[in-house]
Design a protein around this ligand. Structure first.
Ligand code: ATP
Ligand code: TPS
Ligand code: MG
Length: 349
């Protein structure tokens, strides 16, 4: 759906020429980045803080479809997906390494676009690209990013700290990224059937952006700090709320009660889901890729939190034997199952 204009073969630059070309504009922003791109390893110094490290891969055909994903957006999203994991530890992200594998179908201009999205994300979130790897693949684009950050030991929030009675909170709204994906996939099919029909995404900017350009919630980490609230547990929502809350309760050896009516769903997400014959609640529970933060707080912190319109309290933690339950709008009780998106079981590829 996106046309390519100029085309320079990467072979013209060679591997080292390409690396130089992509990284020459990197200016180190963080004091902790002692040595970035250019040696056998980067050198970091967190001066008494604990280092946080996380890594995630994105593969063409599994995690993204280039038919409807502009490369600049993909670069931006690849960084967001990775920074989100550092914020989910209640830490600050400071560095990333970026490893790329791509076939000869990618021109220099295409890789530049991808990198421009990454650089934009890093600029906005004050993160340094300090290294990576560049190699060729037989087919398809592979992006592997490692994110690095820091936190005071006493600030780090794990998945396993939820206590009975804690309130379950979620930032932003859920299900939009999944419904956005459905919309983009439908338009791709329309385009494949008749390339003269332009994509009809009018008025759907919000959910399309939720899929193509997610924003990692650094602002929530800042807010928690400002309110002097340390969550008892936290995780980012990559696979879907249902799957993530089960990670928290399993690791904390607790159960939970979540109320369907409390799930934050944007009206456009709900309306578009219904037009696809999808249940908005199922999209919110199992759609994934929202990159919101799911966390638990002590009840004593409720008064501080209740004024924030961007955080929804969706339920509470129970004892383990009570299981993981969803209370529907009609008052029925269902067990929460991990129907989150899974690259190994997904039929979408
Ligand atoms: N191949 C692997 N070898 C070692 N550890 C792994 C491997 N794959 C995942 N892990 C570890 O397993 C844990 C859970 O990883 P997982 O990828 O499920 O979480 P996540 O990155 O938060 O979620 P997502 O990948 O959906 O964004 C992490 O500690 C991760 O580092
Ligand atoms: C072509 C295409 N197929 C599927 C999806 C959906 N999707 C991709 S990654 C992910 C969750 C986290 O994955 P992981 O756990 O592997 O990090 C989801 C729900 C998409 N955006 N594009
Ligand atoms: Mg992972």
């Amino acid at each position: 759906m996106f046309e390519q204009t100029d085309r320079t073969e990467i072979a013209k630059l060679g591997e080292f020429g390409l690396i130089d070309h992509l990284t020459k504009h990197i200016h180190i922003k963080n004091e902790s980045s002692i040595k970035g791109v250019g040696d056998d390893a980067a050198v970091l110094d967190f001066k008494g803080k604990k280092a946080l490290i996380s890594t995630d891969m994105l593969l063409e055909g599994i995690h993204f479809d280039l038919a409807f994903t502009p490369l600049k957006h993909l670069g931006y999203k690849a960084i967001m997906v990775n920074l989100s994991d550092i914020y989910a530890m209640n830490g600050m992200a400071t560095q990333v390494t970026v490893s790329l594998g791509f076939s000869s179908k990618f021109s220099l201009e295409a890789i530049e676009e991808l990198y421009a999205g990454m650089l934009l994300a890093c600029e906005k979130f004050n993160v340094d690209i300090i290294g990576g790897d560049t190699t060729s693949s037989r087919q398809g684009l592979v992006i592997s990013i490692t994110s690095i950050g820091y936190a005071d030991e006493s600030d780090i929030v794990y998945r396993n700290g939820a206590e009975e009675g804690d309130l379950i909170c979620v930032s932003g709204d859920l299900g939009g990224a999944y419904v956005g994906l459905q919309l983009l996939e439908r338009e791709k099919q329309v385009f494949l059937t008749n390339p003269n029909i332009q994509p009809d995404l009018e008025g759907k900017d919000y959910i399309v952006e939720r899929q193509l350009k997610p924003e990692a919630r650094i602002d929530i980490v800042d807010l928690l700090k400002k309110l002097k609230i340390k969550p008892t547990s936290m995780i980012d929502i990559s696979d879907g709320l249902a799957s993530e809350i089960l990670h928290i309760t399993r690791q904390s050896k607790k159960g939970c009660k979540i109320y369907e009516e409390k799930l934050p769903i944007d009206p456009m997400t709900a309306e578009t889901a219904l037009s696809f014959g999808l249940d908005p609640t199922v999209c919110a529970l199992s759609g994934g890729e929202d990159y919101e933060l799911l966390f638990t707080i002590k009840q004593a912190d409720y008064d501080q939190m209740k004024h924030d319109v961007d955080i929804s309290i969706i339920g509470y933690i129970t004892e383990e034997s009570a299981g993981n339950q969803l209370i529907t709008k009609a008052g029925n009780v269902h067990d929460i199952k991990a129907q989150g998106w899974n690259a190994f079981t997904s039929t979408q590829s």
